[in-house]
Design a protein around this ligand. Structure first.
Ligand code: SF4
Ligand code: SF4
Length: 98
């Protein structure tokens, strides 16, 4: 059977496609409210929000959610699922009417 290339994409090419300017909104994380629970990371369809260590307190790691804006499409799922409402979707400046 002949296999044609057709629309088959090459592996790892999605990293070259920066999709961060597709959306109209940015997710903004309020670090005071973020508990580092990882729910947003689990639900993000683009794997562009990650809980990372930002420090230590009494020998315990402090973790917060960080968004990779190069790939975030602004879908808002992270804001919907966050149990502490630490993420707010903000309209990007270029879409604000003066
Ligand atoms: S779901 Fe909310 S509280 Fe949990 S890591 Fe993400 S931003 Fe922080
Ligand atoms: S807005 Fe959507 S794509 Fe962007 S970090 Fe949140 S869940 Fe992921």
């Amino acid at each position: 059977m002949k296999i044609t290339l057709g629309a088959v994409s090459k592996p790892y090419t999605s990293l070259k496609m920066k999709t961060g300017d597709w959306g109209t909104h940015w997710p903004k994380v309020d670090e005071e409210l973020c508990t580092g629970c990882g729910t947003c990371e689990m639900f993000c369809p683009d794997m562009c929000i990650e809980v990372v260590k930002v420090g230590e307190e009494n020998g315990k790691e402090i973790k917060k959610a960080k968004v990779n804006y190069d790939y975030c499409k602004g879908c808002g799922i992270c804001a919907e699922v966050c149990p502490t409402k630490a993420i707010k979707m903000e309209l990007k400046d270029i879409y604000k009417v003066i």
